[in-house]
Design a protein around this ligand. Structure first.
Ligand code: ADP
Ligand code: GLC
Length: 473
């Protein structure tokens, strides 16, 4: 099948979170399982020049705001699949990837430019695979065009939800300007008196998916549906949960170019060296016996930072280290800074985004904390499993689906899970993890159980292929 994957971010061209990891890896994995997949994503100021291999189209003309808007497209295969990067500096050459009042306009443009590009490339795709609200515009355009432009007649859309909390809302009057003028199109976006790009994608796409089975159920409840649970319930026969994979070309402790020593499930010596280097990097005393609790995340309420704040003192009281990499809300950044000031010999922090450190932490830490409020999939717990770093997680979304509680008697499981969103429940699991940590044999067992799991993208890609087939049934 010919598959066009559209995403607002994709590794290595751009990344703010897990969506980037997924969109970079999926088209490559689809090709590995025999599909003719390619990626379309914006070219940002942040996209490194070395990834822009050549100009593919220098006179792309996009129907936009009642006229023709000139854009370019670069070509690359730096992610392992053919990729077209839409270049429109006024929209994408900015200090950050998201966070502008008119983000909806920037991504509406990206969608229409992507459709113009696809048509220019010739043969129509069987599937256009859309990701999150940034791609809701294309879902509506294709659904509409299908009826009067024979080029799109056989194209089907799959819309993947990575995070329902971000919906791309804006004033419905803008739709006219972007060329969404028919009743059908405007109804698709209509949501509580304004326009929602997420709602549009959910309403009109041929098939819906999300990034874990459990989140697929959770999003149909009022608590996690962000006002769209009714629509998801209505379309639940078209909604599938497929857990993300891990790109082992990037996240593999045997070959990872970002870390100081390599290791695998049968020989973990290199991990100890990674731990030593990690402590050194954060100027912490080199006591390799003491465990390192780590966390790498966007600092937002979603990630359960307040639970981490509540237990940090208790963790430090056990003598353990805490290492945290992240940036985001000021209150959370301030907390980590205060904790570091309070216990400079036990706490290491880095505020900001740092790819290399993320790898070093996965490799060198002993436990990884993810007490998320909600977590559609979560990638770090899967990276942790691969790197012999034991995840301590809340049993929601993808965390529920990928982490199995350790059973010391039978030696099964790969991490520690708690259910209620409560600090004391989290702390219980932390103490259990510490207990296991000091029992060397139990810990090895836990590490091996996690490291042997095959969370490869090829598995997930095969599931997407069968979903693509379902769009035609
Ligand atoms: P989300 O997409 O909700 O942020 P995920 O767990 O799916 O959560 O993915 C987060 C991705 O972003 C992981 O690859 C993680 O390593 C990376 N990441 C998050 N914060 C940082 C940071 N401060 N520096 C480097 N990488 C980060
Ligand atoms: C979102 C979710 C995260 C998921 C990622 C990739 O950012 O918050 O849980 O892993 O998308 O699907």
């Amino acid at each position: 099948m010919r598959v066009a994957v559209l995403s607002a971010e994709a590794v290595p061209y751009s990344k703010t979170g897990g969506l980037g990891d997924v969109a970079g890896a999926l088209p490559k994995a689809l090709r590995q399982v025999g599909q003719d997949a390619f990626l379309i994503t914006p070219c940002y100021l942040q996209t490194k020049g070395e990834y822009l291999w050549q100009t593919a189209i220098d006179d792309l003309s996009v129907d936009w705001r009642g006229g023709k808007y000139p854009a370019k497209a670069f070509y690359s295969e730096a992610n392992g699949s053919p990729t077209f990067l839409i270049d429109a500096p006024a929209y994408f050459h900015r200090d950050s990837i998201y966070g502008y009042r008119e983000d909806y306009e920037r991504f509406a443009f990206f969608n229409l430019a992507a459709l113009a590009l696809i048509k220019r490339l010739g043969s129509a795709p069987d599937i256009v695979h859309l990701n999150d609200w940034h791609c809701g515009f294309a879902a509506v355009k294709i659904a509409h065009l299908r009826f009067w432009d024979s080029y799109w007649r056989n194209t089907r859309t799959v819309f993947s939800i990575h995070n329902l909390a971000y919906q791309g809302g804006f004033g419905a009057e803008e739709l006219w300007k972007f060329g969404f003028s028919s009743d059908y199109e405007r109804n698709a976006f209509a949501f509580n008196g304004y326009a929602s790009a997420m709602k549009a994608g959910l309403a009109v796409s041929d098939m819906l998916s999300t990034v874990s089975k459990t989140y697929g159920y959770e999003m149909q409840t009022a608590e996690n549906g962000y006002g769209l649970d009714w629509l998801l319930r209505q379309r639940s026969n078209r909604l599938y949960g497929i857990v993300n994979g891990v790109d082992f070309d990037i996240w593999n402790p045997e070959t990872d170019k970002e870390i100081g020593a390599h290791f695998n499930a049968d020989n973990l010596d290199g991990k100890l060296e990674c731990k030593r280097q990690l402590l050194e990097q954060f100027s912490l005393p080199e006591d390799l016996e003491r465990p390192i609790f780590a966390n790498v995340t966007r600092l937002t309420a979603q990630k359960g930072i307040d639970l981490m704040m509540a237990v940090a003192g208790d963790i430090l009281a056990t003598g353990a280290y805490i290492i945290s990499l992240g940036s985001g809300e000021q209150q959370y950044e301030n907390f980590w800074q205060r904790l570091r000031d309070y216990a400079p010999r036990q706490v290491g922090i880095f505020r900001g985004y740092n790819e290399n450190l993320a790898h070093k932490i996965e490799a060198g830490a002993d436990m990884f904390m993810m007490p998320s409020k909600f977590e559609p999939c979560g990638l770090n717990q899967m990276y942790s499993l691969r790197y012999g770093t034991i995840p301590i997680v809340r049993a929601v979304g993808g965390l529920e689906d990928t982490v199995e509680n350790f059973d010391a008697v039978n030696g099964t499981g790969n991490g520690f899970k708690f259910r209620e969103y409560r600090a004391d429940k989290f702390l219980e699991r932390i103490y259990e993890a510490l207990f296991a940590y000091y029992d060397k044999e139990a810990w090895r067992k836990l590490q091996r159980n996690g490291m042997k799991i095959d969370n490869s993208w090829q598995n997930a890609a095969r599931k997407y292929v069968s979903l693509y087939h379902k769009t035609r049934s």
